[in-house]
Design a binder for this molecule. Structure first.
Ligand SMILES: *Cc1c(COP(=O)(O)O)cnc(C)c1O
Length: 385
């Protein structure tokens, strides 16, 4: 069965994991530290905190910027549920913003309009979480300007975007946000099995991220660094944190995978370009070549152009299934989930997300997708139309 995404694990990846299993540290140890240093280097940010999932990274990011009960967190209506759930974990209220007409990213013009209204009603958000869908960066310069005017924090959900470039800098560099979050789930740019990381350029935020990763505890080493004279076994809990640590086993896999990330991104780019060239001209809306050039190309999303055909994304999905190819739609709009339906969201407020949801489908894109397999995908689509 071919699917929309999968990991690529080679012999070196496997050997690096086995090496840890024979070592002293299984839980967070030297490999986690090394992985964090290499993430910092790869993204040219200052600090990284590796955790056990992208969702955990989003959660500690919200805690680190001080998101509290009844604060507002705004994010995009089209994302994985974690982008909004992390706010609910903190007791915050969620506002979902519609996406742009021609992309799957948050609509910044609409956002600006909503911020003006929110200012009048004294309901401004404490934090906004932009999602770089499929690896295409949100217009961070514009968002950053808005964040200064309306005084909100920015946490980038860059789960898709490790390896993406924005304004000549790697996504994750921290120039336009307070914190940037990555996921290392097997379908993402690189994998640690399960895993994630929160990156920042701000030392105070970094310290908080680290505390919330480990129970809200400050270690003996840290206390001594602060000049506190404490007993050698002493540590203290100063906040209510979690056990979100990444294991050294996962980190070793991450280190090995990060060595291959350029190769992964290059392969994804080739696949995306081939789809673009082969499918251009069919009744589809597609990612432009310009967008492909700067994106990690985590997903290759096509959208059925409904003004040109009566066929639907479900028809195409079912046709693929007959050929043993299981695709996916990224994502079901968050407000459509039963849990979120309870919270006053109205479908009619999301015209662009609704069209997207009725048009989109993610094609297979991953490092080990063969030429033959991609040719099969292309010919199925051509025959479909
Ligand atoms: C994968 C993903 C997450 C969550 O990451 P996990 O590591 O699975 O917890 C969050 N947001 C987006 C947009 C994602 O794609």
């Amino acid at each position: 069965m071919i699917s929309y995404g999968r990991q690529s694990i080679n012999k070196k990846d496997i050997e690096s994991v086995i090496k840890v299993l024979k070592s002293d540290y299984l839980t967070q140890g030297p490999n986690v530290e090394k992985f964090e240093r290499e993430l910092v280097e790869f993204t040219s940010s200052k600090y990284a905190v590796a955790v056990n999932s992208g969702t955990s990274a989003l959660h500690i990011a919200c805690l680190a910027i001080g998101l509290k009960k009844n604060d507002y967190l705004w994010t995009s209506a089209i994302s994985f549920v974690s982008s909004a759930n992390c706010g609910l974990f903190c007791g915050a209220k969620i506002e979902l913003i519609d996406i742009e007409k021609d992309s799957a990213n948050i609509d910044l013009d609409l956002l600006e309009q909503k911020l003006t209204e929110a200012k009048k009603n004294k309901k401004l958000p404490k934090v906004i979480i932009p999602v770089h869908m499929s690896g295409q960066s949100v217009n961070m310069i514009k968002l950053k300007k808005l964040s200064i005017k309306y005084k909100f924090k920015i946490i980038e959900d860059a789960s898709h975007a490790l390896g993406s470039i924005y304004k000549k800098k790697p996504v994750g560099c921290g120039k336009y946000s307070d914190i940037c979050v990555f996921s290392f789930h097997p379908v993402k740019s690189i994998t640690t099995g399960e895993g994630g990381a929160a990156l920042t350029n701000k030392k105070e935020i970094f310290k908080k991220l680290r505390e919330f990763r480990t129970h809200g505890i400050i270690s003996n080493v840290e206390l001594c660094k602060k000049g506190r004279k404490v007993l050698p076994w002493y540590y203290e809990q100063v906040d209510l944190g979690y056990n979100y640590r990444m294991s050294d086993i996962s980190a070793a896999l991450g280190i090995s995978q990060l060595k291959r990330v350029d190769e992964f991104i290059k392969k994804r780019k080739l696949i995306a370009e081939k789809y673009f060239k082969a499918l251009n001209g069919l009744p589809l809306k597609m990612t432009s070549q310009e967008q492909i050039a700067y994106s990690s190309n985590h997903l290759y999303i096509i959208r059925i152009n409904k003004t040109m055909t009566k066929k639907t994304n479900l028809d195409l999905y079912n046709l693929f299934l007959k050929h043993q190819i299981k695709l996916n739609l990224h994502y079901i709009p968050i407000y459509r989930h039963p849990y979120y339906k309870k919270m006053k969201f109205r479908v009619k407020d999301y015209p662009n997300s609704e069209s997207y949801y009725s048009e989109a489908l993610s094609l297979p894109i991953y490092c080990s997708l063969s030429v033959k397999e991609q040719d099969k995908v292309i010919s199925i689509i051509k025959n479909f139309f």
